[in-house]
Structure formats: C-alpha cells, structure tokens
Design a protein around this ligand. Structure first.
Ligand code: HEM
Length: 87
C-alpha cells in the first residue's frame, strides 16, 4: 500500500484534470459548474474539449446578450492562458 502522503499529493492533479475551461481573450475561465446550466446547451463542451480560442464564437453566438454573458463570466475562476490558442 502506498504511504499516505503520496495519496494526498495525487489528489489536486486528478481534480484539475477534470476541470473544463474556456479560452476567452487571453484568459482561461473555469466553466465546469456552469456547463449543465448553460442556456445554449452542450455546444460549450466542444470548446472545452478542443481548448481552442472561443473569443469569436462566444461574441457571435451571444451578440444580443453579450453583457449578460460577460457578467456571468466574471463569476468564473479565471487564470492567464499559458500559450496562445488556435482559432
Ligand atoms: C464562458 C462561456 C459561456 C457563457 C458564460 C455563456 C452564457 C450564455 C448565456 C447567459 C446564454 C443565454 C442568453 C442568450 O441566449 O444569449 C447563452 C446562450 C447560448 N449560448 Fe452560451 N455561453 C458560453 C459559451 C458558449 C459557447 C462556447 C457557445 C458556442 C459557441 C455558446 C452558444 C450559445 C447558444 C447557441 C445559446 C442560445 C442562444 C439562443 O437561444 O438564442 N455559448 N449562453
């Protein structure tokens, strides 16, 4: 059986690999908890799975409601994107 400290160290890595993020304007937004609530449905999953730049798709799909969308995005955990993404 592995020593206790090895088990504890493995947990954060496992958890972070299950998080779903969206790239928008140079930042990564953690949308994991929002996915089941997204009014546009599971299309959002395509962008988390490919990790591509979602900036233009988000602006285009929500052009009538962009203020509401940006307000929602402010509630997500945000981190700087380490590398530029394909679009
Ligand atoms: C940070 C990620 C996202 C947030 C916070 C978000 C937020 C929202 C909100 C608040 C709505 C309801 C208002 C509206 O109808 O426009 C919505 C609807 C929608 N979203 Fe998103 N969205 C996100 C990502 C995406 C992505 C990546 C796509 C696809 C490219 C997408 C496609 C749609 C579609 C198709 C609707 C339905 C629009 C309609 O019924 O007219 N969303 N989203």
């Amino acid at each position: 059986m592995a020593p206790q400290h090895e088990v504890i160290e493995a947990l954060p890595e496992k958890e972070s690999s299950e998080r779903k993020e969206i790239y928008y304007e140079g930042e990564l937004y953690d949308v994991t908890d929002w996915i089941p609530k997204h009014p546009g449905g599971n299309i959002i999953l395509y962008y988390t799975d490919t990790a591509e730049d979602s900036t233009l798709p988000i602006q285009q799909f929500h052009h009538r409601s962009i203020k509401q969308v940006l307000a929602r995005m402010k509630t997500f955990k945000k981190s700087p994107a380490p590398i530029s993404r394909k679009s």
